[in-house]
Design a protein around this ligand. Sequence first.
Ligand code: SF4
Length: 84
Amino acid sequence: MTAREAFNVALLDLLDDGGKLACADDPDAWTGDDPAEKARAARICRSCPLLPHCAAVAVEEKHQHGVWAGVDFGDRAARKAVAS
Ligand code: SF4
């Protein structure tokens, strides 16, 4: 199973339980370039039940932009730290 597939399974479980993803409600904060918004998004990620799955997807799919699992993947050093 790929990280994306595992993420999707976990997401369906979350939605079935009435949960939701904060990043789905305010995607601009996760994908924009405003440092303050990215920092806010990263803080919100810390309480996300899918955080480990999200990190695995970002690493597996080699994302290089946006906030994933509380990490700014536009920051090469931060991205490498998650991947190691
Ligand atoms: S950890 Fe991933 S899925 Fe969860 S809010 Fe952050 S970006 Fe969205």
